[in-house]
Design a protein. Structure first.
Length: 161
């Protein structure tokens, strides 16, 4: 029903429009966006989902970040068009991209989001990881793609060089 393809530069503004539709106004004021400023997203992990008519139904992006001295992936934004929400597309985009991240050699993924949603994909609160303020620490979540990948990883999340 949906075709998933890597996001291309031609998709960029369409994905931005989807995010504008799905998130509250002012989303770019969030501290997670400062971690994305002037850093390219991760090629091959940013994916768009289109319906049979070619209409954009969902999108997910990833950026590289550093936590203490360790590399991590920052998942997000991820969004599904309201007309397609609740049909499993968000979960599919997340699980598919986590598989590809693992295959690409990434060890750990973090995000700022709702634990009740992301816990079903294995995300747990990262109590030793600090997002730039203002961020509710309860929303700082991570999943290990390799066993123990978050063990001993702590500190402030900063932009990848
Ligand atoms: C969050 C989002 C990407 C999920 O995509 P989706 O395709 O609707 O999700 P799925 O169909 O895979 O899963 C739906 C389930 O997730 C639940 N869910 C969705 N958002 C949730 C949230 N914020 N908190 C808790 N549960 C949530 C739904 O209630 C539903 O539960 P059910 O399986 O028990 O019925 C989509 O709802 C969306 O774009 N929301 C607006 C943007 C957003 O909040 N993005 C995430 C930022 S943290």
């Amino acid at each position: 029903m949906f075709e998933l393809t890597p996001e291309t530069p031609e998709d960029w503004w369409e994905v931005e429009a989807l995010y504008d539709l799905c998130f509250a106004p002012g989303r770019e004021a969030l501290s997670s966006y400062r971690l994305r400023d002037d850093v390219p997203p991760v090629d091959g992990l940013c994916v768009v989902a289109r319906d049979e008519g070619g209409i954009l139904a969902g999108a997910i992006r990833f950026w590289p970040v550093r936590v203490g001295g360790a590399e991590a992936l920052l998942l997000g934004p991820v969004a599904v068009h309201p007309t397609y929400q609740g049909e499993g597309l968000g979960g599919y985009l997340i699980l598919d991209s986590l598989d590809r991240a693992r295959d690409g050699g990434w060890a750990r993924v973090m995000l700022v989001g709702d634990a009740p949603y992301y816990s079903r994909f294995g995300f747990r609160r990262l109590t030793d990881v600090e997002m730039p303020p203002p961020t509710n620490p309860e929303r700082v979540l991570g999943v290990a793609l390799k066993a123990g990948a978050w063990d001993g990883v702590s500190g402030l999340v900063t932009r990848a060089a």
